[in-house]
Structures are given as C-alpha cells and as structure tokens.
Design a protein around this ligand. Structure first.
Ligand code: SAM
Length: 186
C-alpha cells in the first residue's frame, strides 16, 4: 500500500541517515520525529530539535525520557529560523519540518511562511551532499495555504544543478491531504 506523507518522510530519512550523523528536527511538537531521528543517529550522532512552545519541549523531553538510551539530543526552545546559531558551522545530513500547528494544542500557534523560508535557507547552507530536507506541509488551517504556496514557489526556484526536489501527495483525497516536499542536495 502507498505510504502516508508522514510514513514516507521517515522512509526518506531512513534511506540516508546513519549512526553518527548530525540531523535537525525543525518542529519538535510532541517529539515523534525527534525520537525517530535519535534512534537513527544513535549515541554517536546528534539531533538538534527546535520549537517555540515550552509545552512541545516538555512533551519531547518526556518522550525521550522513556528511551534513556537516546542521549544525543539537544532540545532548543527557539524558532527554527535561528537554527544557524545553534549549528555553529556544522554540516547536517538531514532535517525535517512538520508544518502547521501542534495537534490538540493552540491552533493559533502555527509555522509561518517567512520564518519557515528563513530556516530552510539557513539549513540548506549546512546540508551535506546527498543530504535531505523534508517538509510535511499541512495546510487545512487558516494561514496554511499561504505557507504551502510560498514553499512550493521556494522549491520551484531551487536550481536543479544543486538540488533534486520531490513532491509527494495523494491527489484524490478530501480534506487537504498533506504535501511532502523533499529537497536533496547533489
Ligand atoms: N513533528 C511534531 C511531532 O512529531 O509531534 C509535530 C510538529 S507540529 C505539526 C508543528 C510545530 O511547529 C508546533 O509544535 C509549533 O509550536 C512549532 N513551530 C511553530 N513555529 C515554529 C518556529 N518558528 N520554529 C520552530 N517550531 C515552530
């Protein structure tokens, strides 16, 4: 069966991320992607995870505590647009964004086109060759369509000499099925 955007995002990460890699979770939320990445990179790797909500950081901390072997995670209560400050020139193998709002939380706190694009530009500078940045775009909420359009346009403009960009979406589903975008550095 074809994979959902969320499952396919993990497959795209699993294909390239290995033990010892440095990776980024740009939208920590409840920490599902943070834990997944931590398990891929192992104790010798590193995950930098970002969110602007304290509740997200606490939920992720709690999730990681149930997996004490996952020690290589740095949780930042900071916007992903500031990622470069924390990466300090280090190269990354992958990053993932899950856009929109945190389910069962304040629906007013959403990712925004300008900060998402700023974060992408910064992270692309740190991306290793064959590294991938994945965006899972949810856009059914107010403001979501504007962010989706801005990111499609951003990705359309990336030079094909430097990047491959994939779009993955179920096009016959109701209720705004998420769009997955994957940018791969050449
Ligand atoms: N990946 C998460 C998970 O596994 O549970 C779900 C992420 S949720 C769809 C989007 C998250 O992005 C929210 O927790 C929200 O607080 C966060 N967010 C919004 N603006 C942000 C920003 N500028 N930088 C980092 N995170 C942000």
């Amino acid at each position: 069966m074809l994979k959902t955007a969320m499952h396919y995002s993990h497959e795209l990460l699993r294909e390239i991320v290995t033990t010892g890699d440095h990776v980024v979770d740009a939208t920590m939320g409840n920490g599902n992607d943070t834990l997944f990445l931590a398990q891929l990179v192992g104790v010798s790797g590193k995950v930098d995870a970002f969110d602007i909500q304290k509740s997200a950081l606490l939920a992720t901390q709690e999730k990681l505590a149930r997996h004490p072997e996952q020690v290589a995670v740095n949780l930042h209560l900071a916007g992903h647009e500031n990622a470069a400050t924390y990466l300090q020139g280090k190269k990354i193998k992958a990053a993932i964004f899950n856009l929109g709002y945190l389910p069962k939380s304040d629906k007013q706190i959403i990712t925004l086109p300008e900060t998402t694009k700023k974060a992408l530009t910064a992270l692309l500078e740190h991306l290793l060759p064959q590294g991938r940045i994945i965006l899972v775009c949810y856009y059914g909420h107010p403001g979501g369509k504007a962010e989706l359009d801005a990111l499609k346009s951003y990705c359309n403009d990336l030079p094909q000499e430097r990047y491959n960009v994939l779009a993955y979406q179920f096009i016959n589903q109701k209720n705004n099925p998420p769009l997955l975008l994957c940018i791969e550095a050449k």
